[in-house]
Design a binder for this molecule. Structure first.
Ligand code: PLP
Length: 404
């Protein structure tokens, strides 16, 4: 079955619930046992099963099963946020004295977790160039336990050669962890490319409505899964079943939304690439993007999120553009129905950014592209007015003006 079809059916069984289409929300702290003997043997029910609310209820398991199926993983667990998934996945596999290789382009709080918590507990991090590919082998030490990748890179959208990285990591006994939030498992099959543990912020596309926080950790096999599950258990992290229900609901429309996000974001990106105010659009699905060949080889599609490098570095002109936008709202995150924009500030250790101008990050939501382009066009008019430069030809004028 195609993944779109599976998304509609996974994690539910109407026959078990009076024919009701969606699984019920089971809320629990206490789980009762009929006998003392069964209570004493409750730990045996941990994989899979539940004996106390912290391990989840049938609603949690319905979501975890659907997420594992979506990813092509052995099993998955959900956590209280994307960042908590990243932190708990990392710490589950690391001990004092270990070394970890982390892409220089990871989501900033992932970097902060490595240089903060992991450093404090005696785990050393080396940030690597996201273009490293097989050359990552040269950075590996006998103590390297995890190679952590995120592709495209956060805010700067570099594509990594994940299969080459995975081969080098596995040859030297390290596992590969991958943040698949941007593409989702619909558009990047992490486990087919050598990833061992996949993390995602379900906060973004899986939820899809900007109304919840959740993370997912999916593992390739039972051994990896147990390490993850025990690690999450040690922290006592868990997710309310009501949120699990909401994400299950989000999953049903994920493929449709992703398809729309992808097409609209590409149209907006192509329109932006033709603007004189824009020096570069950072989107791996654009043919002239440096990561395009790798993206074509490994990804099945793109998503809503990309970068735009404006030629100007005038903060007040950029503020004039952004502050007056009607449809692109200023705010963090992505994956919701509404378009977002923010000024990007990537922190890079291996190759500090020297590109002049201002980097913005856009999330293209589910609005009509024509309206989004009108909104951005008015923003460029304000930017030009603030810079005192003559207005550029808008290129706005119906859908025909937007390449499709
Ligand atoms: C790539 C990526 N991973 C993880 C996260 C963290 O997710 P959350 O906001 O749910 O903690 C984010 C959030 O922006 C992200 O962009």
């Amino acid at each position: 079955m195609k993944r779109e079809t599976r998304l509609v059916h996974s994690g539910r069984d109407p026959e078990k619930h009076f024919g009701i289409v969606n699984p019920p929300v089971y809320r629990a702290s206490t789980v009762l046992f009929p006998t003392m003997d069964e209570f004493q043997r409750r730990r045996e029910r941990q994989y899979p099963g539940f004996s106390y609310g912290i391990q989840g209820t049938p609603t949690t398991f319905a979501l975890a099963d659907a997420l594992a199926e979506l990813s092509g993983a052995h099993r998955a667990v959900v956590t209280s946020s994307g960042l908590s998934a990243i932190a708990q996945a990392l710490i589950a596999f690391l001990r004092q004295g270990d070394h970890i290789l982390v892409a220089d382009t990871v989501y900033a709080p992932t970097r902060g977790f490595c240089t903060g918590v992991l450093a404090r507990f005696g785990v050393e991090t080396t940030f690597y160039d996201p273009r490293a590919g097989a050359a990552i082998g040269q950075l590996m030490r006998p103590t390297t336990k995890v190679v952590y990748a995120e592709s495209p890179g956060s805010q700067t959208f570099e594509i990594q050669d994940v299969p080459a990285i995975a081969r080098a990591a596995h040859e030297r006994g390290a596992i590969v962890m991958f943040d698949n939030t941007w593409a989702t498992p619909l558009n990047f099959r992490a486990f087919d490319h050598g990833v061992d543990v996949e993390v995602q912020a379900a906060t973004k596309y899986l939820g899809g409505h900007s109304d919840l926080m959740m993370g997912v950790i999916a593992a390739r096999d039972e051994g990896l899964f147990r390490t993850v599950k025990d690690g999450v258990g040690e922290f006592g992290d868990c997710v309310a079943p009501d949120l699990c229900y909401t994400v299950l609901r989000g999953l049903r429309t994920l493929a449709v939304r992703m398809h729309h996000h992808e097409r609209s974001a590409l149209e907006v990106a192509q329109w932006l690439a033709r603007r004189p105010e824009v020096s570069r659009v950072l989107h791996p699905a654009l043919p002239d993007d440096p990561g395009h060949a790798l993206w074509r080889r490994d990804f099945l599609g793109s998503s809503s999120l990309f970068g735009v490098q404006l030629a100007t570095d005038s903060p007040h002109a950029v503020a004039a553009l952004m502050d007056g936008l009607q449809l692109f709202k200023i705010g963090a995150s992505f994956g919701g129905f509404e378009s977002l924009i923010l000024p990007a500030k990537p922190e890079r250790a291996v190759r500090p950014r020297t590109e002049p101008g201002t980097l913005l990050r856009l999330h293209v939501g589910l609005e009509a592209v024509e309206d989004l382009v009108v909104d951005l066009d008015a923003g460029f008019a304000r930017l030009n007015a603030a810079l005192g430069t003559p207005a550029a030809a808008s290129g706005v004028g119906g859908r025909g003006a937007v390449p499709g």
